[in-house]
Write a protein that binds this ligand. Sequence first.
Ligand code: ATP
Ligand code: MG
Length: 269
Amino acid sequence: MNWSKQFRIKPGRAVRLADRDAGWTDGFKDKDDALDALRENVALMSELQNLLYAERKHALLIVLQGMDASGKDGTIRHVMSGLNPQSCYVRSFKQPTPEEMGHDFLWRIHHVVPARGEIGIFNRSHYEDVLVVRVHDLVPRAIWKRRYDQIKAFEKTLTLNDTVILKFFLHTSRDEQRARLQERLDDPAKRWKVAPSDFTERKYWEAYQEAYEEALTRCSTSAAPWFVIPADHKWFRNWAVSQVIVETLKGLNMKFPKPTYNPADIRIT
Ligand code: ATP
Ligand code: MG
């Protein structure tokens, strides 16, 4: 089964999030079944990362987006846990600094994209500039409206220069967000994760869903596809993200580079 296809948004297809079940878990008997599959994928990702690094032909950029408490941090913790930190890093994008604000919105993004051989993971991304910025009118409509085309052109440039881009929208339901926010309030080990603003932000749920729908619809391209991952069940989310990464890396048909010397000629003294 090609799972990537299952979650991928076909270019030009209008996305309606309400029609997609955030609690979908097809393909598994139970949670343990999925945990086994995740463990296998984590091991495969480690091997494939090693090949990516050795070959240095492609960079891999993984973009994670989703509502508050959708599990961006958890995905990084559980799915990326087997990766070698030597050629992998995470960038989190918060409110832009004054210096970043002085530049175009892609400036802070472009200089931290992964190099060939590396895996870069974005916890939030340039999409915030058509999400939070749109929902809260942080710039005039005419300005954010132009950004979809700029994002597509930027991502096209990256892919034409050997960067493989995978963009994951962690699709959670409003009820699940409520439960997770409540849990963060109740659990002393999780309280640090929430700020009062997370609770007020929830009021903008519909506006965010609309903003996401437009971003997913307009910016899912064959070169840089969006994947909508059912994310109400953490175990399914983790497996699904790992599965798309594994399928994509396998599809690159990577090979270890041939040595530029004849190993038989070398005598180790
Ligand atoms: P966590 O809460 O799990 O630690 P987070 O990504 O929510 O992670 P916060 O510091 O809570 O981190 O929030 C970062 C905030 O920065 C988010 O509300 C996000 O929408 C905002 N942000 C990111 N990029 C931009 C941008 N370009 N313009 C304005 N706000 C942005
Ligand atoms: Mg937050």
